[in-house]
Design a protein around this ligand. Structure first.
Ligand code: SF4
Ligand code: SF4
Length: 354
C-alpha cells in the first residue's frame, strides 16, 4: 500500500542540492562503502553531473570527502543554522541511540557544539537538521529500523530514524522519512532512490511512492522468493540438504518467501552476486524484524517445513516426473529434419507458379 500523500509544499526547480550524509549513528559505514559499488547510476555520475536533468550535487560524506575536521563540518553547521545556500537531502546511516539513557555522557556524536566545545550528539544534529531538509533518507537497516545494533540485549536502546523522528514526521518538502533498508543497502537501490528524490527536487518527478514501512514500493514490493533463481526447485519439492547445493535452501535456513527484497532479482553489483540465488540463505536483512525475528539464522524457518514438506512428499515428485518426460521429448529434434531425398516437413505449396 502506498502511504505517501502528495507533498504539501514540494520545492521544484531546484538547481543545486547538498547531500549531508552522516554515518555517525550506531553504524559500521557499510552502506557508504556499498553505495560506491552502484552503477545505476554510480555515485560519480551523480556528483559529476553526468545524469541529464539532475540538480548539481554537493556530496558531504566523511568516508568520501576531501575535507576533514572543521572543514568537513562547516556545511553541517551552516545547515543547522539555516544558512545553507541550497536545499539539502539528509542521509542518515546507523541506528539512533536513546540519549535519554546515556548516563553521564552520550552514545554517539558528530563534531562539537560551537557554543560549548563539547561533542554534539547525533540526536541533536537530527533535531536541528531533519525538519529543514528537503528529504530525510535512512540508508541501511540500522538507520531504517534499528537493525543489528538494536537487537535484544543491546545497551544503547537504539532505534530506527522514523522511531526517533516519528512515523508521522514530514520534511521541509512534506515527505516522511524515506527508508532504504538492507544490511548493507543494495548499492543501486540507494542510488535509484536518491536519483528519484533529486529529480523530484528538480520538479521533474512525482512524489516518491513509499509503502507502510516507508520503503520505495518499486524496490521492496516483491519478496526474495519471487525473484529467486532457485524457486523452480522449491516448486518441484527439491531441497538442498546442505550449503553445497544449487537447490532451494529453505530447509537450511532461507527466509526468502517472507522477506521483502529485490536482491535475488537484481544481483549485487552489475547483476552479479546476491544471496539465495548464489548460495547464501536469506537472513531477512532488509526487514524491520531483523535480526531477532530471524535468528538463529541457520535453522529452518518456522513454516518452511510445512510448505516444503507437502511439496517434498506429493506434488513436487509428481511434477518433477512429468516434467522429466516432457524434457526428454523436447530434447529431441522433430523427425522431418533429415538429409534424405524427400521432404517430410508437411509443406504444402499454395501457389504453383502458373
Ligand atoms: S533459496 Fe530461498 S528464496 Fe530461493 S527459492 Fe528457496 S526459499 Fe525461495
Ligand atoms: S536476499 Fe535476504 S539476506 Fe540478501 S540482501 Fe535481501 S534480505 Fe538481505
Amino acid at each position: 500500500m502506498t502511504t505517501t500523500e502528495p507533498a504539501a509544499e514540494v520545492a521544484t526547480g531546484v538547481e543545486e542540492v547538498h547531500i549531508l550524509w552522516t554515518s555517525e549513528g550506531m553504524s559500521c559505514d557499510g552502506d557508504t562503502v556499498s553505495v560506491t559499488a552502484a552503477s545505476l547510476p554510480s555515485l560519480e555520475d551523480v556528483v559529476l553531473g553526468a545524469i541529464p536533468g539532475l540538480p548539481k550535487v554537493h556530496l558531504h560524506n566523511k568516508v568520501l570527502a576531501y575535507e576533514t575536521g572543521d572543514d568537513f563540518m562547516r556545511v553541517f553547521h551552516e545547515a543547522a543554522r539555516g544558512e545553507l545556500e541550497h536545499p539539502f537531502v539528509l542521509v542518515v546511516e546507523g541506528s539512533i541511540p536513546n540519549e535519554n539513557i546515556n548516563g553521564e555522557g552520550y552514545w554517539t556524536s558528530m563534531g562539537n557544539d560551537p557554543a560549548t566545545g563539547e561533542p554534539r550528539p547525533l540526536n541533536t544534529w537530527l533535531d536541528l537538521l531533519a525538519p529543514q531538509a528537503f528529504a530525510v533518507v535512512a540508508v541501511g537497516t540500522c538507520a531504517t529500523y534499528g537493525g543489528i545494533h538494536a537487537m535484544a540485549g543491546n545497551p544503547t536502546g537504539c532505534m530506527g530514524l522514523a522511531d526517533y523522528l516519528g512515523w508521522d514526521f514530514r520534511s521541509a518538502a512534506g515527505l516522511p522519512v524515506v527508508n532504504v533498508p538492507g544490511c548493507p543497502v543494495q548499492p543501486d537501490n540507494f542510488m535509484e532512490t536518491l536519483t528519484w528524490l533529486l529529480y523530484q527536487a528538480a520538479g521533474s518527478a512525482p512524489t516518491i511512492p513509499l509503502d507502510e514501512q516507508l520503503r520505495p514500493t518499486w524496490l521492496f514490493g516483491k519478496t526474495v522468493h519471487e525473484g529467486c533463481d532457485r524457486a523452480a526447485y522449491y516448486e518441484q519439492g527439491d531441497f538442498a540438504k546442505d550449503y553445497n547445493s544449487p537447490k532451494c535452501q529453505v530447509k537450511v535456513g532461507c527466509w526468502g518467501p517472507v522477506v521483502n527484497c529485490n536482491v535475488t532479482k537484481r544481483g549485487w553489483m552489475d547483476g552479479v552476486g546476491g544471496c539465495p540465488n548464489v548460495g547464501g540463505i536469506c537472513i531477512g536483512c532488509t526487514m524491520p524484524g531483523f535480526p531477532d525475528k530471524f535468528m538463529p539464522f541457520m535453522d529452518e524457518p518456522p513454516g518452511g517445513s510445512v510448505s516444503s514438506g507437502l511439496l517434498s512428499s506429493t506434488y513436487g515428485p509428481l511434477v518433477r516426473s512429468l516434467r522429466s518426460i516432457t524434457n526428454r521429448t523436447v530434447n529431441h529434434e522433430p523427425k522431418w529434419r533429415h538429409n534424405r531425398a524427400e521432404l517430410t516437413s508437411g509443406y504444402a505449396p499454395r501457389w504453383t507458379g502458373r
